[in-house]
Ligand binder design. Structure first.
Ligand code: HEM
Ligand SMILES: *[C@@H]1O[C@H](CO)[C@@H](O)[C@H](O)[C@H]1NC(C)=O
Ligand SMILES: *[C@@H]1O[C@H](CO)[C@@H](O)[C@H](O)[C@H]1NC(C)=O
Ligand SMILES: *[C@@H]1O[C@H](CO)[C@@H](O)[C@H](O)[C@H]1NC(C)=O
Ligand SMILES: *[C@@H]1O[C@H](CO)[C@@H](O)[C@H](O)[C@H]1NC(C)=O
Length: 327
């Protein structure tokens, strides 16, 4: 990564963050007194995890999104099944990266005991995953506290579906205080990671009434490759890559070029070119990697401020998979 470019990006991200009010009472360098090496410990552990398994960056970025969109960024996505949380969020959607979060938490506990929340650890780890996979970094405020509950029935109303059109995506993000610009900027995370065939097959195989034709917005050559990778009636459990066009382990604005050639996986991706306003943002992001990085950074900070618990609300968990009452 080019150092001078990164310094410039850091500044722009800060400006974007200061302009956003969504981060509420969170603070930059929140742990400078109570755990000065907290962010360094998260960064070291995250870098190591991704160096051992390059797909983990995507997993950590997505976990942060899912945490923040359901009950705010309170680490509710991390809670395991227990008496007080018999049906936690994590049972609703198979996400990756829980072991990685536990490893990072253990590294932080090794430098200071019980002072750094799992919600902050996830926010820092997502920021550092962007650094490792995308080559740019930005300041992420801290001070989130960990929530006490987690309920899978909160998922459907809060997590947008891959079959959504741009109007509904805008509503979903708007309900969290995020703008259409944020929606388009954050969707660039789909330059990274993995998907199951089941989310893609509706676009590949006509089904009477619902999808009478193959999705005409899908690139025909790409559709052919996807059909051979994801055969009809094969169960949909096979795993394929987002952005197979370049590298699914690199966070970049390649996603916006893939939108231009119809080589993205979900309806919720391709729909961003169907509206004049979002189509313009897609072209801007495709044309300028640096401007996209600044928007992505600003939007990650804004997302990290959704409905946070602060001060004496909630708690700081000992382990990320359970509340301190052990239940
Ligand atoms: C705009 C609405 C969004 C929809 C409908 C959506 C939907 C999806 C779906 C269906 C998958 C594949 C899941 C699977 O097969 O297991 C996925 C993967 C992923 N999403 Fe999104 N997503 C959205 C926004 C976001 C945002 C805002 C981020 C982060 C900033 C994000 C980051 C990711 C990443 C990194 C992956 C790959 C995960 C992995 O490799 O395990 N997505 N998304
Ligand atoms: C992070 O890694 C650097 C370089 O290896 C090391 O000097 C530093 O002590 C580590 N910090 C923590 C908190 O583990
Ligand atoms: C944890 O935070 C408290 C309050 O700020 C502080 O007194 C304590 O020294 C911190 N513990 C560690 C291990 O840094
Ligand atoms: C993705 O790329 C790899 C290697 O280039 C290839 O083997 C695989 O079939 C591709 N998958 C899809 C779905 O295009
Ligand atoms: C489909 O993808 C190929 C390979 O990237 C590209 O050359 C072609 O222009 C795309 N077709 C359309 C209609 O965009």
């Amino acid at each position: 990564m080019a150092t001078s470019a990164c310094q410039g990006l850091l500044l722009m991200a800060l400006v974007a963050a200061v302009l956003s009010t969504a981060s509420g009472t969170l603070q930059y360098d929140f742990y400078s007194y109570s755990c000065p090496r907290a962010e360094e410990a998260v960064r070291n552990a995250t870098v190591k995890i991704i160096s051992e398994d390059r797909t983990m960056g995507a997993a950590l970025v997505r976990l942060f999104f899912h945490d923040c969109f359901v009950k705010g960024c309170d680490a509710s996505i991390l809670l395991d099944e227990s008496n007080s949380n018999p049906q936690p969020e994590k049972l609703a959607i198979p996400l990756r990266g829980y072991d990685a979060v536990n490893t990072i938490k253990a590294a932080v506990e090794a430098v200071c005991v019980r002072n750094v929340s799992c919600a902050d650890i996830l926010a820092y780890a997502a920021r550092d995953s962007a650094m490792v996979t995308g080559g740019f970094t930005f300041a992420m405020p801290g001070g989130r506290r960990d929530g006490l509950g987690s309920d899978l029935s909160d998922i459907p109303a809060n997590i947008p579906s891959p079959s959504m059109q741009v109007q509904d995506l805008t509503k979903s993000f708007g309900a969290k205080g995020l703008s259409t610009l944020d929606l388009v900027a954050l969707s660039g995370a789909h330059s990274l990671g993995q998907t199951h065939c089941s989310f893609v097959t509706p676009r590949l195989y006509p089904t009477p009434r619902l999808y009478p034709t193959v999705d005409p917005t899908l690139n025909a050559t790409y559709a052919g490759k996807l059909r051979s990778f994801c055969p009809q009636n094969s169960g949909g459990g096979k795993v394929l890559n987002n952005n197979n066009v370049t590298d699914p382990n690199v966070l970049s604005n390649q996603y916006y070029r893939n939108l231009g050639t119809g080589e993205v996986l979900f309806t919720s991706d391709q729909t961003l070119t169907s509206d004049a306003g979002t189509a313009k943002m897609v072209l801007d992001n495709a044309a300028s990697p640096v401007m996209w990085m600044a928007k992505f950074a600003g939007a990650m900070v804004k997302m990290g401020g959704i409905q946070v618990l602060t001060g004496t609300q909630g708690e700081v968990r000992k382990v990320c998979g359970a509340t301190n009452s052990g239940s």
